[in-house]
Design a protein around this ligand. Structure first.
Ligand code: SAH
Length: 369
């Protein structure tokens, strides 16, 4: 995976506070005026508290707003917006400044809203059942391109607070570690989101998980497991050949020990592939020592993967089997399936949104031990 050029900063949410301060001074200089120190606070509040474009930050004088707006563009242009679940789910296809396409999903729940953000355009991890994996890797997103997805979701949500952010959209966040982590710090420090409400999901990049364990902010870790024996996981999640299950468990253990955060595993149930009783038993014995919570997701349909998801009855049996063996599993409510916004269906292609796949949402069940 190549790193993007260092000057990758297409969004007004890329510069940090110091860089914005420098920018204000530079703009002032070019106009031959000295800008008072409090202007940075006004710009900062406009961007991070009021979520405004620089041209609309009326606390700033107009002669500053215009040049600041030129230097601080928006990175995301709405290409397509789709609404599903009776308004409960919104998916965007954004066009970036270099024409790359990414997707973001906003989900409203009773008391909170969650946004699922992309960290890369495409993905290099090549999980065959995932639509993003099927399209291949295009490029990393910048910090600002990640943060701006949250800002746009909050603008859409209006009075409802987007309190949770999950890095479960397109891409592998730990393969774009620095920008992902900068985005986490921005969301926490500047947008005021609690670290406990931020979740990074990974295919299982062991060095990234170990690094995450050393960070100051304890965020939640989700690992896309899908198989608890190496032979099957090598096939479903190819990175397992580099970081097999035993190493992955060690890294997860380290994350739990250092951060105190709960670990969760994602398991997409694929008919007759990983939904057999022995799969449930292996999963339970892998998850139990880590105290991990398992999210079971019936496999969502994608264009490049022929095998279907498990039937609702099979999903329930699997969940029961996991808890029988002492595991802790929940069946995840599928959101946005009819707009291809569900797990693993994000693929930057406009036809997606107009080619609905009708799958009804299974009810959520809590399976206790
Ligand atoms: N690359 C990261 C972030 C993506 S999260 C990761 O893999 O964790 C997206 C989640 O949806 C992952 O758990 C992924 O394995 C899962 N997923 C992918 N394709 C899916 C599908 N077709 N049906 C259900 N879940 C899927």
């Amino acid at each position: 995976m190549s790193n993007p050029p260092k000057d990758l900063s297409p969004s007004r949410y890329d510069p940090d506070r110091g860089e914005l301060d420098d920018l204000i001074a530079k703009v002032g200089q070019s106009m031959g005026i000295s800008v008072p120190a409090y202007r940075i606070d006004q710009l900062w509040q406009g961007l991070y508290r009021d979520l405004l474009s620089p041209e609309d930050i009326t606390t700033l004088p107009k002669n500053l707003r215009v040049p600041l707006a030129e230097h601080l563009p928006a990175a995301l242009t709405e290409d397509t917006r789709s609404v599903g679940d009776g308004g409960g789910t919104v998916k965007w296809l954004w066009r970036l400044t270099d024409d790359a396409l990414i997707e973001t999903v906003l989900m409203h729940y009773n008391k909170r809203s969650t946004v699922c953000v992309s960290s890369q355009a495409g993905c290099a991890m090549a999980c065959g059942f995932c639509a993003t994996g099927q399209m291949g890797f295009e490029r990393h997103l910048s910090t600002g391109e990640i943060v701006e997805q949250v800002i746009r979701a909050q603008l859409e949500a209006g009075d409802r607070r987007v309190s949770n952010v999950v890095f479960m959209g397109m891409g592998e966040p730990l393969a774009n570690y620095d920008r992902t982590w900068d985005a986490v710090e921005r969301l926490h420090g500047d947008l005021g989101l609690s670290a406990r409400h931020l979740t990074i999901s990974t295919v299982g990049l062991v060095p990234g998980i170990r690094r995450l364990a050393t960070e100051r902010l304890p965020v939640n870790l989700a690992v896309s497991l899908h198989a608890a024996d190496d032979a099957l996981r090598d096939e479903l999640v190819p990175i397992n050949r580099r970081y097999p299950l035993a190493e992955l468990a060690d890294a997860c253990q380290e994350h739990i020990a250092k951060t105190g955060r709960r670990l969760s595993f994602e398991w997409a149930l694929i008919h007759d592939v990983n939904d057999r009783p022995e799969d449930a038993r292996r999963l339970a014995s892998y998850a139990r020592p880590l105290g991990a919570h398992v999210n079971l997701i019936p496999l969502n349909p994608t264009p490049g993967w022929p095998t279907r998801g498990s039937s609702p009855a099979r999903v329930r049996q699997f969940a029961d089997e996991v808890s029988f063996h002492g595991g802790n599993a929940t069946i995840r409510q599928t959101r946005g399936t009819e707009i291809n916004a569900a797990c693993g269906q994000l693929r930057a292609d406009r036809n997606n949104a107009t080619n609905p796949v009708a799958v009804s949402a299974p009810e959520v069940r809590h399976v206790s031990r």
